[in-house]
Write a protein that binds this ligand. Structure first.
Ligand code: DOR
Ligand code: ZN
Length: 407
């Protein structure tokens, strides 16, 4: 495949051609003979290190095929799926069972997490990442007895189990039931236990602690775009909870200043019926994977975030944390690309999205969706429609080398 157009290369937008061979970027030149012209702006595909595609066990909420299709439509070409499925992914058997179910059905490249338990040290050869649930949340008990393997990528759900109240009545009360303090204390308690990646930071103290500990961290779109005073009811119920508006502003500052490393969606779909239950019993989690890159593109257009910083947090840095040759338009890197027309601003509608659950808390938000998505040199989305299915590969996580933040 050979393409030509405007693309993001080493910090700026240039015009030129990209030659792709065997799924990788072979050459970048001013002009490439016989190249196909791509309209708009070409960027790397995004990497989402935190999704819940619900397979096996909760396929009525989402499955790997639908989740990864939604990812592709939203400009995400790589996802890492969480282990709080039924059964939980905790050992070689549950891991291989999941891999066998999903490996020929994913529409984007993917890796899998294994839950961190006392068995983890013996599972490093499976080339997965690990997820440590310090506190109880949807589909999991808190993990107390854990062994920490070295040089693995370990994402931590940091809410101290002993600190949280398990029932809450509305969004503000949910924040009180699982306050920011429980998150910061959880991170504080593991500062000398290894090098970790802290998932979905929701408070600024947690961000500061991550910096002190040399940990990396992610923020979710919902902790940036939503807050507890919005009329979302249980649709806004999520762990850790939505905070106050001023706190979202602090997280934005930290993201822009480089104190937060990456954005990851924490796509956690539940059906509308489940979310329509009373607040106390409705499950926590928000669907996100299809909308967050398009919302970021819109915000970038209106200068809420510079293009360079957006590329770092959505594409370059997530790849770097896993030592993957993805997330960059650079020789030798996988040709995972998206193309957008920045004047094509659309309002998000739940019914247009590809989730099984059919709803989004971002109804009416403005967004810019990619018209073209390329996965390792093959078009998977063209003219906003899927043209190539099930081409995602399982990607091994060999070793997480770059666990220290650079900013
Ligand atoms: O709100 C949440 N939902 N937080 C989690 O940690 C899990 C997730 C889910 O799987 O639904
Ligand atoms: Zn999650």
């Amino acid at each position: 495949m050979k393409i030509e157009g405007k693309f993001y290369y080493r910090g700026e937008i240039i015009e030129g051609g990209i030659e792709i061979e065997e799924g990788r970027i072979k050459r970048i030149k001013k002009h490439v003979e016989g190249a196909k012209k791509i309209r708009g702006l070409i960027l790397p595909g995004a990497l989402d290190l935190h999704v819940h595609f619900r397979e096996p066990g909760y396929e009525y909420k989402e499955d790997f095929y639908t989740g990864s299709m939604a990812a592709a439509y939203g400009g995400v070409t790589f996802v890492m799926d969480m282990p709080n499925t039924r059964p939980n992914v905790v050992d070689a058997e549950t891991f291989l069972d999941k891999l066998n179910r999903v490996k020929t059905r994913s529409n984007v490249d993917f890796s899998l997490y294994i839950m961190l338990t006392e068995r983890a040290k013996n599972l490093v050869s499976l080339n997965a990442a690990f997820k440590w649930y310090m506190g109880e949340t949807t589909g999991v008990e808190a993990g107390e007895n854990v062994s920490v393997p070295e040089n693995s990528f370990i994402s931590v759900h940091a809410e101290l189990d002993s600190c949280i109240r398990k029932e809450s009545h509305n969004l503000r009360d949910h924040d009180l039931a699982r306050p920011e303090r429980c998150e910061a204390d959880a991170v504080r308690s593991i500062l000398d236990q290894g090098k970790f990646h802290i998932a979905h930071v929701s408070g600024i103290d947690t961000v500061d602690l991550c910096r002190i500990g040399g940990f990396t961290c992610e923020v979710t779109p919902h902790h940036l775009f939503l807050h507890q005073d919005m009329p979302l009811g249980a649709k806004g119920k999520v762990n850790p909870p939505l905070r106050a508006k001023w706190q979202t502003e602090k997280l934005w500052d930290a993201l822009l200043q480089g104190r937060i490393d990456i954005v990851a969606s924490d796509h956690a779909p539940h059906t509308e019926e489940e979310k329509d239950e009373d607040f106390e019993v409705a499950p926590a989690g928000i669907p996100e994977v299809e909308t967050y890159v398009p919302i970021f593109l819109y915000l970038m257009k209106y200068e809420k975030i510079p293009l360079q910083r957006m590329i770092q947090v959505l594409m370059e840095k997530p790849a770097q944390l896993l030592s993957l040759k993805k997330g960059k338009i650079e020789m030798g890197y996988d040709a995972d690309l998206i193309a957008v027309n920045l004047s094509d601003v659309r309002k998000i509608k739940g019914e247009d999205l590809h989730y099984k659950c059919g709803w989004t808390p971002y109804e009416g938000f403005k967004a810019i969706f990619p018209h073209t998505v390329i996965l390792r040199g093959e078009n998977i989305i063209e003219d906003y429609e899927m043209v190539g299915e099930r081409m995602g590969h399982f990607v091994k996580i060999e070793k997480a080398k770059d666990l220290y933040s650079t900013y």
